[in-house]
Design a protein around this ligand. Structure first.
Ligand SMILES: [Fe+2]
Length: 361
């Protein structure tokens, strides 16, 4: 305990005991000279058991004792750091300990005042924050992984949709070809005619400035231009000689029949225009409606040229195949009467660059 010569120390003890944090007086040897009530409560020992006790006795671990040694070696320096208090029940109380040399002269010169803050709540809050951070980090990783999985699934599904769409488009086109070939079969054609018409129509459309997808669509639509011939009796369709007026009217009906056969779906809108209008003439002398000029759909004006060119360059029951030059001359002569002059100009350009030969398919 303290001697009478240590009155300044007594005054200091009075102040320490009034503090709301732990406080201790320690001498240079590391012996506890006084512990205030708050510190006694924190450790779980009465003052009688703490006063005179060496700090070493509270900390059995060599590592902790080395730390205490280090602090004692710097006894005269101000210090603040985290440490812990060992409780008698085995718990460890996390603390912030501040050490200050006493400069009051006399007996206090060999003592050091330690103030000790219990930071258990702060540590618990810190641990909870760390746990929450780890939980959030784990969740973020999981969400990121799921997002990547979803992105991968989405790309896979989009690829499948593209493949299925391409398959359906191909199947659709095959169905159109089959229908076209079936309609042309009565003419003895095996499908070569419709594929040439497709090629000519697409090439003419491109030459006239249509975008590639639109020209391709026009080529597909042209395939079905004569689908209405299925309704024309064989004795008329295959008649080698001139047709009577009734037979001619029956033959001409293949245009309106073709239009009525084709679906009302938007995909077939152009095919219907072509089926009905591909025998209309620019000057209004054609059939079935006698339309003229731009009243005839562009696709029908294009297929009209393509159809006549193909008919001229291939044999029919009533004529042999014409040469390309002769057929081209016939088409050129029909510009402004039978054919749209703009389509004829595109046709001439294609013929001139050998891009519309009958065997180019
Ligand atoms: Fe026709």
């Amino acid at each position: 305990m303290l001697s009478d010569k240590e009155k300044p120390v007594r005054q200091l003890i009075g102040l320490m005991d009034a503090l709301h944090c732990g406080a201790a007086l320690v001498d240079r040897a590391g012996r506890i000279r006084h512990a205030n009530p708050r510190l006694c409560t924190m450790i779980g020992l009465p003052l009688g058991d703490l006063a005179g006790k060496d700090f070493y006795d509270l900390y059995p671990s060599p590592q902790d004792r080395a730390y205490i040694d280090q602090r004692l070696q710097h006894f005269d320096e101000t210090y603040e750091g985290e440490f812990y208090l060992p409780r008698t029940d085995g718990d460890r109380v996390p603390i912030i300990v501040s050490g200050r040399p006493l400069d009051c002269g006399g007996a206090t010169a060999s003592l050091r005042l330690l103030t000790i803050m219990d930071i258990t709540r702060q540590k618990q809050a810190e641990e909870r924050a760390t746990e929450q951070y780890q939980t959030i980090a784990t969740l973020s990783d999981t969400i990121l992984e799921q997002a990547l999985d979803l992105k991968h699934d989405k790309e896979h599904l989009e690829q499948r949709v593209r493949e299925r769409t391409a398959e359906l488009h191909e199947a659709n086109m095959e169905a159109i070809y089959m229908l076209a070939v079936a309609s042309e079969a009565k003419d003895g054609d095996t499908g070569a005619h419709v594929r040439r018409i497709q090629h000519y129509a697409q090439a003419l459309a491109r030459e006239m400035g249509l975008a590639a997808p639109d020209a391709e669509q026009m080529g597909y639509s042209a395939i079905l231009h004569d689908v209405g011939k299925m309704s024309v009796p064989d004795h008329i369709l295959k008649k080698p000689g001139p047709l009577t007026d009734d037979e001619r009217r029956e033959m001409e009906r293949h245009t309106v029949v073709g239009e009525s056969i084709l679906s009302l779906k938007p995909f077939f809108a152009q095919a219907r225009d072509i089926a009905r209008g591909h025998h209309e003439n620019w000057d209004g002398s054609g059939y079935p409606d006698g339309r003229a000029g731009h009243a005839i759909p562009l696709a029908a004006r294009i297929v009209h040229v393509a159809d006549v060119y193909d008919a001229l360059t291939h044999p029919r029951v009533y004529k042999p195949a014409w040469s390309v030059e002769r057929a081209a001359g016939e088409i050129a002569a029909g510009g402004g009467t039978s054919f749209d002059p703009e389509v004829v100009r595109a046709f001439d350009a294609l013929i001139g660059s050998a891009r519309l030969l009958p065997d180019s398919r």
